[in-house]
Ligand binder design. Structure first.
Ligand SMILES: [Zn+2]
Ligand SMILES: [Zn+2]
Length: 582
């Protein structure tokens, strides 16, 4: 029996063949949960003429991928201790990564392709099991191809799992486990074309947790003990939430509840009808877990409470109510949770989704690739003035949808290689925010310590501020805003400190050198760097002053009768508080 691939599955297969025909670089295919990755894998395995290895981290996926392949009427091997089968003699082997890593000596043949399902789990560390296996297979075949499939190519702790995207942009300047994303489909495509159930977002939550007071780590995640502490004060909220879930569930088939911590999950379970509820945590014994999931799938249990252990490799198409009680900054994780309820099933019309954690994640928003800087940020599209690429950054818009603020630093556009020069595509070097090198004038990332152009050390703004604060004849203000005035050809600028202090300086536009300094400082950063300008006259600046940038700090030194501005620090990130920050 030959299964018919959906059009996008065929496209993913074609993209893979095209890529590996030209290149040995590792590649990633991004397909949303429920897109049928196993069929893409089965088709690639069918087309391969030499030995291939399909790796995953859980036995359920090994089994699932294997059975899709055997659906073609072909025989493949299974190598998984959990499934009690250790076959490596077939042309195609479906294996769990742990079992292969523990038995490397049984993989001494020449493999042409490794396919990794749920490949966002591959870390760049050389000592990881995935890398050990890839290393070994490369020793036997130095043109080994590596393909990953995932629904979530971005992880809060690690960032993007690949460097370059086929639509022409750069995700990372650093080394990543995979080089190229060669195919990607958004969740909305799947929903709009009826391949997935439509999620119905319920806005009438009776109560909501407020996690916004908790400190986040640099990946935007909260510490478990902080979350527990906060939740322990809100037992009544939890009870009210679960009462609403039960009410909403009256005419629903299967309910999944995502809890914030194990303690939280236990509490939730206590409020649900005992005979209809299962709790699965990371500590649940594998056998018990399999049994509970089986009973849930057979609809003997209605509620399944879990702590993010069932976000991947779990498939119960009848689920039609998703309750999210955990905070997350990750669009991917949010999509994974909701994705559990989007599989098509007979008689299923929609899936209710209700978010009690105030995550404010828009399911159809693109992944920005940075933790959300603050609760009211949303993904915004920012065009690069250098190359025209449409970047997606966190930012804010006004009521007309215009971008009034964004947090992007460097353009992510990928420039096609120039004929005759280096054959590699390069990342556009336009920077929306930057630190200027005092030695060569080159522009650098605001966190850079050494200049990327002349390699000399760049002064750390924190050192600059600390030094100035020690001096008696220096004045430092936290700049809360600027105002402008005109005097002939002179532009008079006043910097206002948050406590009412003022510093001033003027730029004489009739003098090319002063005009140049102004344009380098202010014109270059016009409109958040979205539209750099070279001003010719002071009057022009006045007309457009609403979009002029203000520095975060201004440092001045005392002269005989006045304060002379010496430094204006823009886009400051460091240990000192900025104006209007708590
Ligand atoms: Zn650009
Ligand atoms: Zn330099």
């Amino acid at each position: 029996m030959l299964t018919h691939l959906r059009p996008y599955q065929q496209e993913a297969v074609d993209a893979t063949l095209n890529h590996f025909r030209k290149s040995d670089e590792s590649a990633v295919i991004v397909l949303p949960t429920g897109a049928g990755k196993s069929l893409v894998i089965a088709e690639l395995a069918r087309l391969a003429r030499r030995k291939i290895l399909v790796l995953t981290h859980v036995k359920e996926l090994v089994e699932q991928n294997h059975s899709k392949y055997e659906g073609y009427g072909l025989a493949g091997g299974i190598f998984s201790a959990g499934l009690k089968r250790k076959e490596s003699q077939h042309q195609v082997t479906f294996a769990s990564v742990q079992s292969v890593a523990a038995n490397l000596d049984q993989f001494r043949d020449e493999y042409s392709l490794v396919i990794i399902d749920e490949c966002h789990r591959v870390s760049g560390e050389e000592t990881s099991q995935y890398q050990q296996i890839i290393e070994l297979l490369k020793q036997q075949n130095d043109s080994l191809k590596v393909l990953g499939l995932t629904a979530t190519p971005y992880r809060l702790a690690m960032g993007w799992i690949y460097r370059y995207h086929y639509r022409g942009f750069v995700r990372s300047e650093d080394d990543k486990p995979f080089q190229r994303c060669i195919y990607e489909l958004p969740l909305s495509y799947m929903i709009n074309r009826g391949y997935l159930t439509r999620p119905e977002l319920v806005n009438a939550a009776v109560a909501q947790y407020d996690f916004s007071s908790l400190a986040q780590d640099r990946f935007g995640e909260y510490a478990e003990k902080d979350v527990n502490q906060l939740l322990s004060k809100h037992k009544r909220v939890t009870r009210a939430i679960i009462e609403q879930v039960v009410e909403l569930a009256a005419d629903r088939q299967g309910v999944m509840v995502f809890a914030a911590t194990v303690e939280h999950a236990r509490e939730i379970t206590g409020y649900l009808p005992e005979s209809q509820t299962a709790l699965v945590t990371g500590a649940t014994d594998q056998k018990d877990r399999d049994l509970l999931i089986q009973r849930f799938k057979q609809r003997q249990l209605k509620y399944l409470v879990n702590v993010s252990v069932l976000t991947t490799g779990f498939d119960a198409p009848h689920v039609d109510l998703i309750a999210i009680l955990r905070p997350t900054q990750s669009v991917s994780l949010y999509q994974q949770m909701v994705g559990r309820g989007l599989r098509l099933d007979e008689g299923k019309k929609d899936c209710l989704v209700i978010d009690y954690a105030g995550n404010q994640v828009n399911l159809h928003h693109p992944e920005v690739g940075e933790p959300k800087p603050n609760p009211d940020s949303e993904p915004v599209q920012v065009f690069c003035p250098g190359c025209g690429f449409a970047n997606i950054f966190w930012g804010k818009t006004d009521s007309d949808g215009r971008v009034i603020e964004h947090y992007g630093r460097r353009c992510q556009g990928l420039l096609e290689p120039v004929e005759g020069e280096s054959a590699r595509a390069l990342q556009c070097d336009y920077r929306f925010r930057f630190k200027e090198c005092p030695h060569c004038g080159g522009e650098n990332d605001i966190a850079a310590r050494n200049c990327g152009h002349c390699h000399k050390a760049i002064i750390d703004p924190d050192d600059q501020l600390r030094d100035a604060l020690k001096l008696k004849d220096a004045m430092v203000i936290r700049c809360a805003g600027i105002t402008l005035g005109l005097g002939g050809s002179k532009l008079k600028m006043t910097y206002h400190g948050e406590d009412g202090e003022e510093l001033g300086e003027s730029f004489d536009f009739s003098k090319p050198a002063q005009r140049h300094v102004f344009n380098k400082l202010f014109g270059r950063r016009f409109a958040n760097g979205q539209a750099p300008k070279t001003f010719g006259k002071a009057e022009e600046v006045l007309e457009l002053q609403a979009l002029l940038p203000a520095p975060d700090f201004v440092i001045a030194r005392k002269q005989k009768h006045y304060w002379q501005v010496q430094e204006r620090i823009f886009d400051y990130r460091g240990q000192y508080r900025k104006a209007n920050e708590v």
